[in-house]
Design a protein around this ligand. Sequence first.
Ligand SMILES: C[S@@+](CC[C@H](N)C(=O)[O-])C[C@H]1O[C@@H](n2cnc3c(N)ncnc32)[C@H](O)[C@@H]1O
Length: 248
Amino acid sequence: MCFVMALYADLRLKLNTAMSSRQIAKRKAAAGSAWDSHLDASRAYILKNLGDANKGKVVILGSGHLFDVPLVDLSKAFKQVVLVDVEHPKSAKKAVKALGNVKLVTCDVTGINNQLSQQDRPAPCPPKDLLADADFTVSLNLISQIPLWPQDYLTKQGKHSDETINTYLKSLIQNHLDWLKSAPGIKCVIGDQEQQLCNKGKVFHTEDTLFGLELPPADETWTWKIAPKPIWDKSCDLQHKVCAFRIE
Ligand SMILES: C[S@@+](CC[C@H](N)C(=O)[O-])C[C@H]1O[C@@H](n2cnc3c(N)ncnc32)[C@H](O)[C@@H]1O
């Protein structure tokens, strides 16, 4: 394996294990203000797109620590705010206490994580009723996270080729987009589509985080400086290309 690939494999491994909701606060703290522009852009895109929505119910998928969620604005604008994550950290539980119209829903949006040990590559089964009466839904910095735990599980299991695993992981993201498409109201996706290794502002390696899945054209793109050096490596920065679009 060439040096760049070896470096990348190592970074990817660390990043995969690092992006659970439990770890994300640590990563943010380590990056200091480097995340600010990404968090600002995520919040601004949400606020820009809620204008046309009926103001009954908003659902945020992948709410985590709420770093990228304009929670107070959403709570003022909508009758009900639903925050969805596999795991709600203490910080989120605390933040919603003060707001009477915000509900936390704990669930896996793919519906497969509990099935993986019982079935071979189970078909995704997103929570049926979660979006049934949503006026505005945001998949928030989640699409590249969806495959991580299944990828880890299937790779450790050692039963399938990388190609078979990657095809399955891609189908999980596609199913997430199809699920959003089938929902009523306005649907937005903010998510990263590419990891980049960068030295002195120059990208020297890129990796598709969506296993070849093509997304609809983006309204906006920006860079998430997720791990400036020396967080992951003393010689390079790790960053994500983030895109934001509506699902029509
Ligand atoms: C990169 S974080 C998004 C940032 C988050 N909004 C924050 O401010 O902490 C991705 C979030 O998606 C959640 N997540 C990952 N896979 C999920 C799944 N299958 N179902 C629901 N939530 C998931 C993680 O727990 C994490 O909180």
